[in-house]
Design a protein around this ligand. Sequence first.
Ligand code: N01
Length: 531
Amino acid sequence: MQHFDDFDVVIVGAGFAGLYMLHRLRTLGLSVRVCEAGSGVGGTWFWNRYPGARCDVESMEYSYQFSEELQQQWEWTERYAAQPEILRYANHVAEKFELCRDIQFDTRVTAASFDEAAGRWRIKTGNGGEFTARYCVMATGCLSTANIPNLAGLDTFAGRWYHTGHWPHERVDFTGLRVGVIGTGSSAIQSIPIIAQQAEHLYVFQRTPNYAVPARNAPLDPREQQAIKADYAGLRRRAKTMRNGIQYPVNEALALEVTEQERRREYEARWERGGLSFLGSFADLLVDRQANDTAAEFVRAKIGEVVRDPGVAVALSPRNTFGCKRLCIDTGYYETFNRPNVTLIDVNRAPIDGVAREGLVAGGKTYAVDAIVFATGFDAMTGALRKIDIRGRAGTRLEEKWAEGPRTYLGVATAGFPNLFTITGPGSPSVLTNMLPSIEQHVEWIADCILHARERGRGCIEPTLAAEHEWVAHVNEVAGGTLFPSCNSWYVGANIPGKPRVFMPYIGGFPRYVEACNQIAADGYAGFALA
Ligand code: N01
């Protein structure tokens, strides 16, 4: 008989991954408990409540497809959904499938260790709870551990400070305040135009300028939504044939093989269309340096057209590889720097020295501010796992095993840690794709894998070291053939001091990855050992 705190599976996290994993495993008749640090469901969309937070994948695609009824019922209101709407959607899903009864909120998992004798995971929580489970699934998110730079004097600051990824639940109003935003990644690029409208003065502290393409967000025409829903399966099927799992037209032509005029026409059309489809302009953008330069030059020229002060325009113009950091999608970002109440500070010229009581100190000068916004990103892909004391066979710590960078098989499992699964873990396409279909693919694959072991009466399943080595080598080889590793991005961990520089996601594309996963399953979970 099962003890009350013993489960078939414990899932860590109740974001989109944890919610669907719970639903799927319950459908199979397994007993499941979800531990969630927040007080509600939604993960990313529960925590990232900063002004302007919005998804950069179109709402009709950034949604679950496992339930036809759900996808037919839910009505999106905009081309790109804003955070409150996505959070409402997550809550709707939780309600519709009665998920909350198996979720323990305000419960942060602090440790998980594999008890070899019992063949079970022991999971400890910050509030003194303890569970045991045959399987443990980490649905902890790729971008969930805030990176807050260690700035001297922050504790002496007289104003309030925020991190975009841990935004307060109550409305934050910057009206009449002097605000400093640190960072110019996606979160900053979305929030800066809105903060600038409220603030008396906004100082933007920029270390690396980013490429941003207009979102062209708009209300979603109900007739258009209806048309998509009439063949939703068709849209989902087409999206799955795309490298990043998002359906948009991809031009197979090479940027360097067309005339300058044709190139310009293509870039202009994509610029007008808005959004991530700009990445589909030419097939060689991320493999050929010269091709890449043409896209980079086009965006820089656009910045020059919009930003009136030539010095500011130059400072805002990125010089690194186009698209090798996550492309930002903006609404009025560059225009914001034409406002008289916005000042750009290049921290390469004036490094941030620290924080004083009255504001931020950079290049020896104090910028008096009432509030600081850290839009400084996340300890991506491995941060949330590193925060948990995870121990596998013989007490080996995951952090030790991954000291030189994450090592996984397919991004779902790691040798020496039996019955432990990671949803959209490092070594899978994850952040390079539309997260929702990637999550669904992992959830279904993991559920099938668990079923496979159970049906054979086996208590343990884990990858072999040989299969893991081979996969890691493949992930590195594919990344090495692209321009992606050339930037100091969070994809390579460059934003976190001391983090090993390894390109973490799998860049081989969603279709190729899914095919590999399916083949491995069809071959009886080749590369996994059952015991
Ligand atoms: O974080 P980031 P983000 N001093 O790491 C700077 C997803 N997302 O939260 O580039 C000064 O991109 C840092 O500078 P640098 C999306 O996948 C999606 O904006 O390291 N500056 C950079 O400018 C995205 O890529 C949406 O030199 C410091 C910024 O802070 C990912 O989340 C919306 C610094 C951090 O940028 C992360 O985006 C938002 C320091 N010590 C986010 N430390 C959608 O639209 C860091 N920086 C779906």
